[in-house]
Design a binder for this molecule. Structure first.
Ligand code: OGA
Ligand code: NI
Length: 357
């Protein structure tokens, strides 16, 4: 089957609509990057890029409930106030599971295109499981060099019923074994700003849970493409497992980009827009992006936690009172989410939607 990748529509249909993905493009023997994936100069990642290595010293969470509580809590809150990113060890997720997650991600994407295409959002048998390429490819000038699956969690029995293997068991186990840790980290962050959330409110703010598996195929010209464009995550906290290839960058205050280096056995945690809004800007959702490489295909497995769609979000009253000003308005999380998924990645522009006028 010879597909004419010179033709824009044919290419788009092959990759996005027919679900061959970027992986299918590479597997077809392609040796140069099609124009549709070429980023404008301003978005390309020159190498060598990052000059600093931040978040390279993981925080030991086993110390959180012992005599070193204060010190560990300080490490977490300082990271959330500055970089918006940190790494953790002794997080309660077994190292064997982390390995299995990476293998399963490779296994899913290694399947023939028609095995994956049945989960494209237009045809997927379930709203809870979706496969696709890039973020909003229809609206992007340049498509991101990434295929992904996304698994929305409602409850165990629906996950077992709707998420397919080989992702299902490992993703569910990952979600369940990390959720306590995530809630504990949120508690620590809230304590530090003098807020105690009622259980019901906490559950409302953490009610949307999603596990993704990202697959960044090896790229013949990594300097032209991007794995994920500059963005912040929309929710509370994201927990991310990355493999050893590297390529995740976070933007520093001075405008430079620092790599979050892969650390065996560690998980990456980053602050999302919702947490920035709730804390009136005290914690910073981190602007981040992923570069592509030609040394191999990279996988990552993020867990996104976010409010229930029906939850109202806005700066917490205790904090507004102290600050004397509300920097964000109150809104329905559903509306924030619709806006977020409605446009291509563009740094932290997503937050403008919530900004107080
Ligand atoms: C994301 C993301 C980073 C990575 O999926 O939102 O930022 O390393 N992923 O894959
Ligand atoms: Ni992200």
């Amino acid at each position: 089957m010879a597909v004419n990748f010179e033709d824009q529509t044919t290419l788009f249909n092959f990759v996005v609509k027919q679900g061959n993905g970027v992986k299918g493009l590479i597997d077809s023997g392609l040796s140069c990057v099609p124009q549709r994936f070429v980023q404008p100069l301003s978005e390309r990642i020159a190498s060598p890029d990052a000059l600093t290595r931040e978040a390279s010293q993981p925080i030991d969470l086993s110390q959180l409930d012992g005599p070193n509580h204060k010190d560990v809590a300080k490490q977490i809150t300082e990271a959330a106030e500055t970089l918006g990113f940190f790494q953790v060890v002794n997080h309660g997720v077994s190292v064997e599971l982390l390995e299995l997650l990476k293998t399963s991600a490779h296994e899913f994407f290694a399947q023939a295109p028609d095995k994956k295409a049945i989960y494209l959002k237009e045809v997927s048998p379930s709203k809870l499981f979706k496969y696709g390429t890039s973020f909003v490819p229809e609206k992007e000038k340049a498509i991101e060099w990434k295929d992904y699956v996304s698994m929305l969690y409602t409850n165990d029995s629906e996950a077992l019923q709707h998420w397919p293997q080989p992702c299902r068991d490992v993703a569910l186990e990952f979600l369940k074994s990390s959720m306590e840790m995530v809630k504990r980290v949120v508690e620590v962050l809230m304590e530090n700003v003098g807020v105690r959330l009622e259980e019901e409110r906490m559950n409302g703010l953490m009610g949307t849970k999603m596990v993704n598996m990202n697959y960044y195929p090896t790229c013949p010209s990594p300097e032209l493409t991007i794995g994920v464009g500059r963005h912040s995550d929309m929710g509370m906290l994201t927990v991310l497992l990355q493999d050893g290839i590297g390529g995740l960058y976070v933007k520093l205050d001075n405008g430079q980009w620092a790599e979050i280096p892969p650390i065996d056995g560690a998980l990456v945690i980053n602050v999302g827009d919702t947490l920035q809004i709730l804390t009136n800007g005290r914690y910073k959702s981190a602007e981040h992006r992923v570069r592509t490489t030609n040394i191999g295909s990279r996988v990552s497995v993020p867990i996104f936690t976010a409010p229930n769609p029906s939850e109202k979000i806005g700066p917490l009253p205790e904090i507004v009172e102290r600050d004397g000003v509300a920097r964000y308005k109150e809104l329905l999380f559903q509306d924030y989410m619709n806006n977020f998924f409605g446009q291509p990645h563009e740094g932290k522009k997503s937050l403008d939607f919530a900004r107080a006028n």
